[in-house]
Design a binder for this molecule. Structure first.
Ligand code: TXA
Ligand code: MG
Length: 366
């Protein structure tokens, strides 16, 4: 049974985990009861999932080692995979980082609040449980009023990975969080769909030349414009390099649907032909087939389950839909998935990085 309780503009639904439905939040929430309640849960060592502009996060007190241990346990995540510390204003960074380079302030002025995470040297205030044993810490100031209100109510420092079970696609709605986390955490703040749909860009500022460890909405070009030169971790788009990725989390098989997935890349007519042929073959093997395709070829491809990522030119829409579609393939029991491939320019680099990982880097060029 589910009890629903309304407080002011907020609805609280009690399941195993409390779900507080927040709609039309107008950023005045710091002193409201819901944020006090959620903030107290985190201060007491509990876990609260919350929306950000990228994906939903699973938050605990970043300065409390026991909270970080709970986060790893709730996600089923290896504890050598460090967490991102979320702050609500620039000055908060001074307590958790040392030797902060000028580049950090430049990037903060340009992109914070926003979907950019910076790797900096950590101070002794940050426990090794939060950084997976590293002397560096990932810091991000999210662009979402609910996230900001929660961080403030919780004392200023929330460690938050994406709020999915380890190995599942990141959650872009509260329903995804409930699917993965109900009963494992104390509370979920539900503010509907997120805006971006892919995790933040991570840039490492502890190297001589800043390096992108995970591509995201803030692109290499955008970072170059501020810093002059930014490199990209070469392992991101290619597994053949034989090197380990620099962000520990990027080495795990992430973002993966349960079915096998293959990307088909090439000229539009060849992609249509190959996809239809592959679907036919897979069906003969007894597979339940799924295709992830753009509106441009929608009418010309058939499969048991079809999902549209929208218009080919709109990588923002593709990003917003990607994780939801991967979860839907799972729910609908699809065992063989074929997807179109997209341009890796600009924000497309983030989209293709996630797609390549979901597909285990199997691309068929036609
Ligand atoms: O958009 C986002 O960044 C979301 C929202 C909730 O803020 N969070 C997120 O967290 O994606 P998570 O834990 O799913 O991914 C964090 C990534 C992992 O790949 C981790 O290895 C890397 O950041 N990371 C964290 N701290 C690091 C550090 N000190 N050095 C290198 N990589 C680090
Ligand atoms: Mg994650």
């Amino acid at each position: 049974m589910i009890d629903i309780i309304q407080i002011e503009d907020f609805y609280i639904i009690y399941m195993d985990t409390i779900v507080a439905v927040i709609r039309n939040h107008i950023s005045s929430g710091d002193d409201s009861r819901i944020f006090r309640h959620a903030g107290d849960i985190i201060k007491d060592g509990g876990l609260v999932a919350f929306p950000t502009e990228t994906v939903y996060g699973l938050g605990g007190d970043a300065l409390n080692p026991e909270s970080s241990k709970k986060i790893y346990a709730a996600k089923g995540r290896p504890s050598d995979n460090p967490l991102i510390v979320h702050i609500a204003d620039w000055t908060s960074i001074k307590k958790i980082c040392v030797d902060i380079p000028d580049e950090a302030k430049q990037l903060a002025d340009a992109f914070w609040p926003g979907p950019l995470t910076m790797i900096l040297k950590k101070s002794s205030a940050v426990p090794y449980e939060t950084t997976g044993g590293l002397d560096t810490v990932a810091v991000r100031l999210p662009d979402h009023p609910v996230a900001i209100s929660l961080i403030k109510a919780a004392g200023g420092y929330i460690a938050a990975p994406s709020a999915n079970l380890s190995g599942r696609p990141s959650p872009t709605t509260a329903a995804h969080v409930i699917e993965d986390m109900d009963g494992r955490i104390d509370m979920i703040l539900d503010d509907g769909d997120v805006g971006i749909g892919l995790e933040s860009t991570i840039v490492d500022l502890t190297e001589r030349v800043p390096v992108i460890l995970r591509p995201g909405y803030v692109t290499q070009e955008m970072l170059n414009r501020v810093l002059g030169r930014v490199d990209v971790d070469i392992t991101l788009m290619d597994q053949g390099s034989g090197q380990a990725p620099k962000a520990p989390g990027m080495k795990y098989r992430h973002y993966a649907p349960k079915g096998s997935m293959r990307l088909i890349e090439g000229d539009q007519e060849a992609v249509i032909r190959t996809m239809n042929a592959e679907v036919k073959k897979a069906r003969l093997r007894g597979e339940r087939t799924g295709v992830m395709i753009t509106d441009e070829i929608w009418e010309r491809v058939s499969a048991d389950v079809k999902k549209s990522v929208g218009n080919r030119e709109n990588e923002y829409e593709i990003a917003r839909r990607l994780y939801r579609i991967l979860r839907e393939f799972d729910e609908e029991g699809v065992t063989a998935i074929f997807s179109e491939s997209f341009s890796s320019d600009g924000f497309g680099q983030a989209v293709m990085n996630r797609l390549l990982k979901a597909a285990g880097y199997t691309v068929e060029k036609v």
